[in-house]
Every structure is written in structure tokens, then in C-alpha cells.
Design a protein around this ligand. Structure first.
Ligand code: CA
Length: 232
């Protein structure tokens, strides 16, 4: 799940990003409201949620939020701010924020609010994704495989492997390019190490108990990959 973070305090931004990365979110972090908007204006559909600080250099968090809503974006937004006066909360919520978290806060609360936002957002009602004999559970963050006799085997994946498999399960039997995977699963500005995608795919295949030549994740040479649901 890709998440946008706009926070100008370096320590706080880094801490949030670290915590969320552990929770299998891909986080793009901007420190400036104007930069964030220049990027976001054409890219908000790529995100599942946004965490936006109110006081930012360049455009304020409130202005970012208003612009998103003017563009018709339903992106769930959690506003962060030191402002805790009632009228300011109301301005924030009226400006299009979905929820509000007052600094300083505990990371556990941030995570709980994000889970709540996800539950409320209609496009994330999905609790599980199922393709072939694989089930990916968003609640427990577990992937399991059902065997013929009906037993369930839990497949233990790293955050990145989980994201990769989720992407494939959302696009079964489609050709997915390396660039698509890079854009969806790695943060902007990640050095394009040419074999990073291939290396992750190898690891994922191994976790699925497959080798490179006989895998549900088929390599399409020079293009990318195809997740063959009927080969699971
Ligand atoms: Ca700030």
C-alpha cells in the first residue's frame, strides 16, 4: 500500500516513515507543501492514504487538502498538527481532512488512526485478496495457501515480498513491467538498481516454494512478469 507523507520536521518524518515501512507501507515523503503538490497533482491516484502536516513550507497542509478535494480526489487524509483548538480542527475537517492527529502523538495511535481510515474508505473495505489457492489477509498481514486436503499453510513474507505478491494478486494473468513494479513498490528517488526487482521476485518465488523456471510468476523476457493464477 502506497502512502504519501508530507512533514517538514526531519526527525518526525523519518520516524513515521520508518514505522510505516515496518507495517508494509511504501512511503513517499515530502518536506515541502509546494513540492508535494507539484508531484501529487497528477499522481494522487497512486496513493492509498496521505498523512499531511498542517504547517509546512510552501503550501500549507490545509491548502494541499483543499486542492486535492477540488480535483475530486477521495484520497483519505490524516492531518497532523500542533493546533488543537476546536475551531482549527473544524477548519481542517471542513478543508477535506478525514481525521486529525495532534502533536505530539504516539506512533501506536497514528497506526490505529490509519487502520480506521482504511476501514472507512470504501475502496479499502477489502479484507482479503484471494487468487487460486493463495489468500492474502489485510487484517493479519498474512499470506496462506490452501492445500488439497483443506489445510492452510502460512507463508511468512517480508514487507516487500508481501507488497509484491499483493500487486501480482491484484493483476493476475496480466503482463506487469519492471517499471510498473518499481513505481508501485519502491519509493520515489530509490536508486534504480537494475536487478532489485528481479532479486525480490527470486526471493518471493522461493517463499512460494517455486524455482525460477517453474513458477506462477512467469518472466516475460525484456518486458516484465506475469502472475499465472492457474499455475498456483
Ligand atoms: Ca510542520
Amino acid at each position: 500500500m502506497r502512502l504519501l507523507l508530507v512533514e517538514d520536521e526531519p526527525d518526525l518524518g523519518a520516524a513515521i516513515k520508518q514505522v510505516l515501512s515496518h507495517e508494509a507501507y511504501v512511503v513517499d515523503w515530502f518536506l515541502d507543501g509546494t513540492q508535494a503538490w507539484n508531484y501529487l497533482e497528477n499522481a494522487w491516484t497512486e496513493y492509498s492514504m496521505a498523512i499531511i502536516d498542517w504547517m509546512l513550507p510552501g503550501l500549507s497542509g490545509l491548502e494541499l487538502c483543499k486542492r486535492l478535494r477540488r480535483e475530486g480526489s477521495p484520497l483519505p487524509v490524516l492531518m497532523l498538527t500542533a493546533k488543537d483548538r476546536l475551531e482549527e480542527k473544524i477548519i481542517g475537517l471542513d478543508g477535506g481532512a478525514d481525521d486529525y492527529l495532534v502533536k505530539p502523538f504516539k506512533m501506536l495511535e497514528l497506526l490505529a488512526r490509519l487502520r480506521a481510515l482504511r476501514r472507512r474508505a470504501p475502496q479499502y473495505q477489502l479484507r482479503q485478496l484471494q487468487v487460486g489457492n493463495l489468500t492474502l489477509d489485510y487484517g493479519t498481514h498474512e499470506v496462506s495457501r490452501e492445500h488439497l486436503k483443506g489445510e492452510r499453510e502460512i507463508i511468512s513474507l517480508t514487507a516487500k515480498e508481501f507488497q509484491l505478491l499483493e500487486y501480482f494478486m491484484k493483476h493476475p494473468d496480466q503482463i506487469v513491467t519492471r517499471d510498473q513494479l518499481m513505481n508501485q513498490l519502491w519509493e520515489i528517488g530509490t536508486e534504480p538498481v537494475s536487478n532489485v526487482v528481479a532479486a525480490q521476485i527470486r526471493l518471493l518465488r522461493r517463499k512460494l516454494g517455486e524455482d525460477n523456471n517453474n513458477s506462477a510468476i512467469e518472466t516475460i523476457y525484456g518486458v516484465g512478469y506475469r502472475f499465472k493464477a492457474n499455475r498456483l
